[in-house]
Design a protein around this ligand. Structure first.
Ligand SMILES: [Fe+2]
Ligand SMILES: [Fe+2]
Length: 436
């Protein structure tokens, strides 16, 4: 089956291509980034079976692509893919539309479309390795399956283990070599697909919606508070998209939103500062480490903002900063309590629960609630744990009205403790990061 996918959001086209590669034997997919590009392809290639096309694109719209197909009596089936309600689209010939996919439910829509097409095409699952676009990997930052590079027709070499962070530096390295695709194991394809679906839906639909109401207030509150604390403008700017996105997710989940607003509105200065500094410093370090896929930055921002939601302000003030050895059960389990709540909330990107569950662990096993050692703590959690300590140092200095400089903050960080594994990499990046 030869398919032309037309969308100005490349990750959406790549997701559709991946679904076709996984489900349709011998699938061939051509991608066009706009309607004009699609028309040029349709002029040259005359055996395209299927055109899956977005409605609103910057230059030439989906309705014009369909018009071209009808006028030139091209036999391709036309599938419209849009976030608009199909009935609201007046400038398109509805009778010529073979199928409609409502964004963001791309995977669902594709499943229904392929069920209709089943009698005409071979739908047997692809075996071996499936190509996955580097742009998709970059957008999600972490892949739930191992990643391979193709050496020749038969040979594939594993270059990443499942769950490893795919840095933007690596992306650039492959792009320089003109390599647009890496591969996953077909056995992992459903796992990868379901993760991609959730994450792409989040990234490419929600983040583009306008923020309004309370979320907007929270937004401006956060950025002005960050300025007051003394977070440097560069870090504020670099974390802005991720923070806005995180606030959007919070806004959609009433229990999270209520808890956050309650925490942020109370008299304590410490709570918003602690969460805010943590979110932004995490983003700054991630950016220095080139772990800055949109989704990774979003995970860190969201985790930073909500990580102590299970606590009362007084508890946060009393325990979070200081190295107390005795505390209540409630305090001991606040990371896991929130983590398990998060797994029940739709739209929360995966792994946030792990970052939150591990935020009080220490590389030498002296942390809580699990007492994990550095090898058992995830790479993103390691970054978050160090940013958490930095946030505490900053907030403590602010409370004591001490002069706040990055040098004085870093001097107080227990570097000996963190000189292991992933933590060591974070420390190294920290020397190059400027956040105050
Ligand atoms: Fe905590
Ligand atoms: Fe905390």
């Amino acid at each position: 089956m030869k398919t032309l996918v037309v969308d100005d959001e490349i990750e959406i086209s790549e997701l559709i291509k991946l679904i076709l590669e996984i489900d349709v034997a011998g699938s061939e997919t051509i991608i066009a980034n706009d309607g004009d590009e699609a028309i040029e392809i349709l002029k040259k290639i005359n055996d395209i079976d299927l055109v899956i096309c977005d409605y609103s694109m910057p230059k030439v719209k989906g309705s014009e692509v369909l018009q071209f197909i009808t006028e030139h009596e091209i036999q391709s089936k036309f599938v419209l893919c849009s976030s608009y309600d199909i009935n609201s689209l007046k400038d398109i010939d509805h009778d010529s539309i073979f199928f409609f996919i409502k964004k963001p439910e791309i995977t669902d829509g594709m499943e229904k479309l392929l069920a209709i097409l089943k009698p005409n095409y071979s739908m047997k699952k692809t075996e071996g390795h499936v190509p996955i676009s580097i742009k998709l990997l970059k957008a999600i930052g972490v892949c739930p399956g191992d990643i391979y590079i193709q050496i020749n027709e038969e040979k594939f070499i594993k270059i990443y283990n499942a769950e490893e962070i795919f840095s933007t530096e690596e992306v650039q390295k492959y792009q320089k070599k003109d390599r647009a695709y890496l591969h996953i194991d077909s056995e992992d394809s459903q796992k990868v697909l379901s993760l991609l679906t959730t994450q792409i839906n989040l990234l490419f639909t929600e983040s583009k919606k306008d923020l309004s109401g309370e979320a907007l207030d929270l937004n401006s509150f956060i950025f002005s508070a960050a300025k007051e604390i003394g977070i440097n403008q560069e870090v504020i700017e670099l974390s802005k998209p991720a923070m806005k996105f995180a606030i959007n997710i919070i806004k959609k989940n009433t229990p999270l939103k209520d808890a956050l607003l309650r925490l942020f509105k109370k008299d304590s200065d410490f709570v918003p500062q602690h969460s805010l500094v943590l979110a932004m410093v995490s983003c700054a370090i991630a950016s220095e480490m080139k772990w800055n896929s949109e989704l990774t930055m979003c995970k860190l921002s969201l985790a930073g903002l909500i990580h102590d939601l299970e606590l009362e302000n007084a508890q946060i003030k009393e325990y979070e900063m200081s190295e107390v050895s005795e505390f209540s059960e409630k305090f001991k389990y606040h990371p896991t309590k929130l983590a398990s709540l998060l797994t029940t909330i739709k739209d929360i990107p995966p792994d946030i629960d792990r970052i939150i569950a591990e935020h009080h662990e220490k590389p030498d096993g002296s942390g809580f609630p699990f007492g994990k050692k550095h090898l058992q703590i995830s790479a993103l959690s390691s970054l978050f744990i160090i940013a958490h300590e930095l946030s505490n140092i900053i907030c403590e200095k602010m409370a004591k009205k001490e002069k706040l400089t990055q040098k004085s903050v870093l001097e107080k960080l227990n570097k000996e403790l963190y000189n292991k594994g992933n933590f060591k990499k974070v420390l190294k990046a920290l020397n190059e990061t400027s956040f105050l």
